[in-house]
Design a protein around this ligand. Structure first.
Ligand SMILES: [Zn+2]
Length: 171
């Protein structure tokens, strides 16, 4: 979880969704957040502060600010880039993909926490046992999300928004 310094972005900083990359837990044909087990059903997700459901939780959990609050750990998490060495390349219970992010976004050195997110594409690692491939296809069909090879993830994602401009990354 992200607990470093943050920079807050909000409209009008960004005029189109930001693309973020993440991994979900694949359970049956459901996509779950790894740390909270919240199910992503394909439509827009709105961040909520869930006290006690984060393994690291620095805030009081009852902040007045909407989630993601700067001094809390809440929000919908994503990374700036897809990482080839992600756990999902060897852990078949996870699946990589991308989400469009918007609303308030807390930018950290290693990733972002957004107010709103919608999954836009799922990606397959190079080698996947047939049973897991079936599960990945199942969730992709059920949620209406394209399923692409991992090498094509970034390009497929950028049809739905743009990566965070370099000028907005923290040094
Ligand atoms: Zn919070």
């Amino acid at each position: 979880l992200i607990t470093e310094p943050t920079r807050e972005l909000a409209a009008p900083d960004l005029v189109e969704p930001v693309i973020g990359f993440r991994e979900w837990r694949l359970r049956g044909d459901r996509l779950l957040s790894q740390h909270t087990d919240v199910a992503w059903e394909g439509e827009t997700m709105a961040a909520e502060c869930l006290p006690g459901r984060f393994s690291v939780h620095r805030g009081p959990g009852l902040h007045a600010d909407p989630s993601p609050a700067p001094d809390c750990a809440c929000g919908l998490y994503a990374c700036f880039e897809p990482y080839r060495r992600w756990a999902s390349s060897v852990d078949w219970t996870l699946i990589a993909g991308a989400a469009a992010l918007w609303g308030r976004i807390q930018v950290h050195r290693s990733g972002m926490r957004a107010q709103y997110a919608r999954p836009v594409v799922l990606a397959l690692p190079p080698r996947l046992p047939p049973k897991r491939l079936q599960a990945a296809k199942g969730v992709s069909e059920r949620l209406g999300l394209p399923l692409v090879r991992f090498e094509h993830l970034a390009a497929a994602a950028e049809e739905h928004g743009r990566k965070l401009p370099r000028s907005l990354l923290l040094a």
